[in-house]
Design a protein. Sequence first.
Length: 482
Amino acid sequence: MGSTSAHKNEGLGRRDVIKRSAALGLITVPTMSFLSACASSDGGSDKKVEKGKTSKTNPLGVNETAPLEVVIFDGGFGQQYALDAEKKYNAAFPKAPKVKHAATQKIQSQLQPRFNGGTPPDLIDNSGAEQMDMGVLVGKKQLLDLTPLMDAPSIDDPSKKVRDTLRPGVLEMGQFDGDPVWIMYYAYTVYGVWYSQTALDNLDAQYPENWDDMLALCAKAKKKGIAGWTYPGKYPYYLPFSLYPFIAKIGGREVLDKIDNLEPNAWMDPAVKAAFEAYYELYQKGYILKGTPGLTHIQSQTEWTKGKALFIPNGSWVENEAAPTTPKDFKMMVAPPSGLDSSDKMPFGTIWASGGEPFIVPAKAKNPEGGMEQLRIMLSEESSKNFTKQVKSLSAFNGGTDGLTLSTAMQAGVDVLKKAGDNVVNPRLQDWYVKLQKEQIGVAGIGEMMAGRATPAETLKKIQGFADAAAKDQSIKHYKHQ
């Protein structure tokens, strides 16, 4: 969602409203300039290259002379980290042509025709506004099972498999139904409530751990002409980054599991009702920055870094994305969402953290071994550290921060993960049912409520209807927590 980042265009942000086709078979017309850049050298043949010989240095059996094509989502994380890793691939396989690299924000409209035509790239960072629906890709068997990569020796320690070097939950996120691993989430994202420690210090305030304290702090800020909250009103599916773990705190992680499983009346759970009513109170009391419903992610983050609002729900890509407007003395921090009260089922430290920036190898890739090998290189300690230094985000590699000087935001992310311990939740709606999560729950549901155009009761009834319709829709594959 996951990523998994600054966007080149505010209207095409990494987590904008998804503009995808209703089904994978619907062909959209790509721009000719992109297709010219990405066209296959063999004129569109879907023939795979011959697999190479496996060895200690080439455990996946990469063809040492075969070309490799990589397409990266050009969002908040940029593309330099991938280019740097591709140089290592070129060094490992000097007989192969230089890696063919392209970057775009239009993943869906520019790559879907190539999936349909059987000529997809070998490795894709499937992220952004036009992210292809992962649940549909898996259901249509359009992705390669990455289990050989997971079972391959890691670059840093050949006695360890790649799967044993990943952060908790990353491997499971790539599994949709059973053991196969369809997606490698490269970034590791901490979701929560982001704020400036400097702004809180100026109010002589601490981060609020319960909802009464949150409302009291918002009231104090309002008297100083500062809003309590802002969010990307045009893309309100950012709100669940703090709202979903808030629901889990109130009612337990099983409430989120029922929502993910599309169980009947899951959205009518008392914990969900309490969380929605609490957030609606922010609107009712005037604690939302004026004009927020019309803001993009970049605009809302800019208002926040200018000090016009205390809090914003977001993921850890926000540090890099908001860097152009963030003052040097801002002291960016992240915290778990405030709890409701002493009756909460889970502790205050409960947070949402999971893999982000999903990388996929298409089932019909010409050089699938090369695509997996490129990921193996990216999951080395050296590439992971390079990623962290460049984009101020943790990677899926469990480590890679030793010796690095971390920013206040990154250190806060590391600290909240440590405090959370086992109390890390990972809602799967944004992976399993993209349209339901973004367009329906986010925009048509929560977005309307937070703009004051619907009550919590009306919103929950509408969202339950969307979920019920998705559960009955036989044209999509359904998934459940194991």
